[in-house]
Design a protein around this ligand. Structure first.
Ligand code: URA
Length: 425
């Protein structure tokens, strides 16, 4: 048996040679255990960043990272567990709406989500803004909830793909996040570890997304589909725009409120299109309908008849959440100051950049700059206009929800700088 050695692995990748399955397994296992130093892992990651990986290497990396911790077995719940993933965005409350909605149509939903970091929010933080909602339950209770009501949404367990957690932090610290094989293996490893057999992935593209160009987003989608095939997972990717925030609200309980209103029939058009696109594909993958247009109709039907909303209430209740907040949205705590931003001229809104608005919400306290920061559930930004809308002089464009007047003032000033108004759409 050949004794493996990290220096030889670095040398091979540095010299543009293909790593074997054993070498990739060795690197992932030993790095996760702490037997390979960060400086050596950094050298390898930089070599991968510069020289890329073959498809075989990427699929090996995916499986090695998936197996670096606990791999959930969900086949006892259903043969057709369909997971959903998004590469992230601003105002992204899609999971809160989509998953109860498809669950109300019979799709079995066993979903683990992440927390937000930086300007992108996380579904778990949003769920936790519902008083009492427990995102941290054990796997047995998680499965029991899925068995009982067909849906559970919780936070990723600490032992889910730990190699990815470590490597992601390392990539971030050495500016090597934006490597296609590393992004693909990072996303796919977490989906595989959380028990998904079929996966609908929303690849966001634009100013507030990881992928800034459609070309890169398409490439990422193609890679994930290819690697999915190699590791026996059916993957469907949907490209969606992330140039302005999705819907109107950015901030934790502000987004929960918008999600609940959506489930009761008040659907912002951009959010509606994303929910229908992803949901119709989830229903198809779950084997509950091959016709995507019909699936969209079924989803809209379950909005009109209240079944999607009822499933959301059932899920919140089962997870320990206080449903009186959902039934009476006014109960959610409000920020001390709600400051309108008034337009200084009239015209069409031509730019409301998602990234900058996400950063403003984060600055107000809705997000984390570093992993251990506390978040404030009541703050954020609620737009009243979208790109393409006409705005009159002195009309409200957005509301700042803040618990700090100085922060609100700064956000108001910055908002005028990033919001562009022109003479035509
Ligand atoms: N999202 C992930 O989960 N991992 C990446 O590497 C990039 C985006």
């Amino acid at each position: 048996m050949k004794i493996l050695n990290i220096l030889e692995i670095i040398e091979k990748k540095r010299d543009k040679k293909e790593l074997s399955t054993e070498e990739i397994n060795f690197f992932i296992e030993e790095y996760t255990k702490g037997n390979i130093a960060d400086y050596q892992a950094s050298a390898l990651i930089m070599a991968i960043y510069l020289n890329g990986m073959t498809e075989k290497e990427t699929s090996d990396m995916t499986m090695a990272m998936a197996k670096s911790g606990e791999v959930l077995e969900l086949s006892d719940l259903s043969e057709n567990i369909v997971d959903k993933h998004s590469t992230g965005g601003v105002g992204d409350k899609v999971s809160l709406i989509l998953l109860p909605l498809v669950a109300s149509l019979g799709v079995i939903v066993a979903k683990m989500s992440g927390r937000g970091l930086g300007f992108t929010g996380g579904t778990v933080d949003k769920l936790e803004s519902i008083p009492g909602y427990r995102t941290n339950i054990g796997i047995d209770e998680f499965k029991e909830n899925v068995r009982k009501i067909g849906i559970s949404m919780i936070s990723q367990t600490a032992n889910l793909a730990p190699a990815d957690k470590k490597l992601y932090a390392l990539r971030d610290s050495i500016n090597c996040v934006e490597s296609m094989p590393l992004i693909v293996s990072s996303i796919m490893s977490k989906k595989i570890a959380s028990g998904a057999q079929k996966i609908v992935i929303e690849v966001t593209v634009g100013n507030g997304a990881f992928m800034k160009s459609e070309e890169d987003a398409k490439k990422l989608a193609e890679e994930m589909i290819k690697i999915g095939k190699m590791v026996n997972r059916e993957v469907v990717c949907i490209l969606t725009k992330m140039d302005e925030p999705l819907g109107f609200a950015v901030g934790n309980n502000l987004e929960v409120i918008e999600a609940v209103k959506f489930l009761k029939g008040d659907m912002p058009e951009d959010l509606k299109q994303v929910v229908l696109e992803l949901g119709s594909n989830m229903i198809k993958l779950a084997g509950l309908g091959n016709d995507l247009e019909k699936n969209k109709e079924m989803m809209l039907e379950n909005i009109s008849n209240g079944k999607g909303y009822a499933k959301f209430i059932e899920m919140v209740k089962t997870q320990g959440g206080d449903i009186s907040y959902i039934e009476n949205l006014d109960k959610f705590p409000k920020s001390k100051f709600i400051v309108p931003i008034l337009s200084k001229n009239s015209g069409y809104i031509t730019n409301l950049p998602a990234k900058e608005i996400g950063e403003m919400a984060c600055f107000l306290g809705a997000g984390r700059i570093s992993k251990d920061d506390k978040i404030d559930n009541s703050v954020g930004i609620v737009l009243t206009k979208k790109v393409g809308d006409f705005v009159k002089n002195n009309e409200v464009i957005a509301y700042i929800h803040s618990n700090d007047t100085e922060k609100a003032k700064k956000v108001e000033k910055d908002f005028y700088e990033i919001c562009e108004i022109g003479n035509s759409r």
